[in-house]
Each structure stands twice: as C-alpha cells, then as structure tokens.
Ligand binder design. Structure first.
Ligand SMILES: [Zn+2]
Length: 190
C-alpha cells in the first residue's frame, strides 16, 4: 500500500475513490515551507533559534470528491475537488521586536481541478486549480497552501509578550543618531 499523501495520482482517480487523507508529518517534509521558515530564522542569533523548530508537526485532513456545482454550458462533467484543513505551528521572527515566537498557521483548501484554461471562476467557494501535469502529489498542495497562509509580516499577536515598537524605535534611533551627528559635522566643515 502506498502513501496517499506522497503518491502521484490524477485528481480524477483521487475523486473517484473518494480519497480521504488524514496525516501528521514533520514540517521538513514540506520543503517549500521549511525552506522559508529556515531562511527567516537564519537572520537570528543562532542561540535564539529553538533547535527543534524542524520537529514541528503538520496535521490535516484532505477529502477528494467531485464538484456538484454547475458551470453553465461547460458543465458536461463534474470536476474533481479537494477540500480540507491543514494546521501547523512554525517558529517565526516577530517583525516588530525581532524575537522568535511560535506562530500557528491554518490553511483551508477548497480547490477545483480543471485542465480548462478558459474556466477562471468556480462556484461553491472553490478556487480553480489549473494543473500543469496530469498528476499531483497531495503533499505539494499542502506545502503550497501553508506557504500562502504565511502572513506578510509575522508579528506577536499578544502585546504582552512582544517587546513592542517603542523598544525597537529607541534602539533604531540610537543607531541612527551617530550617522546624523556625522552628517551635520560634515555640513559644518563645508
Ligand atoms: Zn514581537
């Protein structure tokens, strides 16, 4: 028996057998997500990086089926769909205080698979997913969904644990001041 998260199959095959995938895997199996998390942490003092960040688990359930929505005149057959939710907790660097913290990520997948490039809008709240190949690895879709769920700028949600913008501002002012002093000195020399 194969591993349904890792095996390459067509969406139609997965939908036809009503494939349900419950999984719990290490974050390092999700290469794109793990690469981004590592690059983010690499900016830190190594002493501040929790060595077990790479043991974080990614859990989820994926359910394949067929769309029951109608797509006007194009609805000559139902398209395969994937619905599911995946969660993990990554280590990230807070962009406000530049300290590491644990950031929960949740991604909802509602995808409709089509090879019809003309179909750009899907009903039923599903996002159209155009396949570049006939087959897919469910793991790659989970990886991509989690990468897209990353916030633009990761920050502590809880202000009490964040050392806050005031601290950062004072630090940067202290760093900027010597340059400002040098600049005004040069202007006086001119
Ligand atoms: Zn913070």
């Amino acid at each position: 028996m194969g591993n349904p998260l890792r095996d390459r199959r067509t969406p139609a095959e997965l939908a036809a057998c009503g494939q349900v995938i419950d999984f719990k895997d290490k974050i390092t199996d999700f290469v794109r997500l793990a690469t981004i998390v590592k690059a983010d942490l690499d900016a830190l003092d190594p002493a501040k990086i929790r060595p077990d960040w790479c043991d974080a688990e990614v859990c989820g359930r994926l359910v394949f089926g067929f769309s029951d929505a109608q797509f006007g005149l194009r609805a000559e057959r139902p398209w395969p769909t994937l619905k599911g939710t995946v969660t993990t907790t990554i280590d990230a660097v807070c962009q406000r205080c530049l300290e590491p913290f644990r950031l929960p990520l949740i991604a909802d997948l509602r995808l409709l698979f089509t090879t019809d490039a003309a179909m750009s809008v899907a009903d039923g709240g599903c996002e159209v997913w155009e396949l570049e190949q006939d087959t897919l690895r469910p793991l790659d879709l989970v990886d991509e969904a989690l990468v897209m769920a990353l916030p633009f700028a990761a920050m502590h949600v809880d202000d009490a644990t964040c050392q806050g913008p005031d601290v950062l501002e004072e630090e940067s002012r202290a760093r900027i001041r010597p340059f400002a002093g040098l600049r005004s000195q040069m202007e006086q020399d001119d």
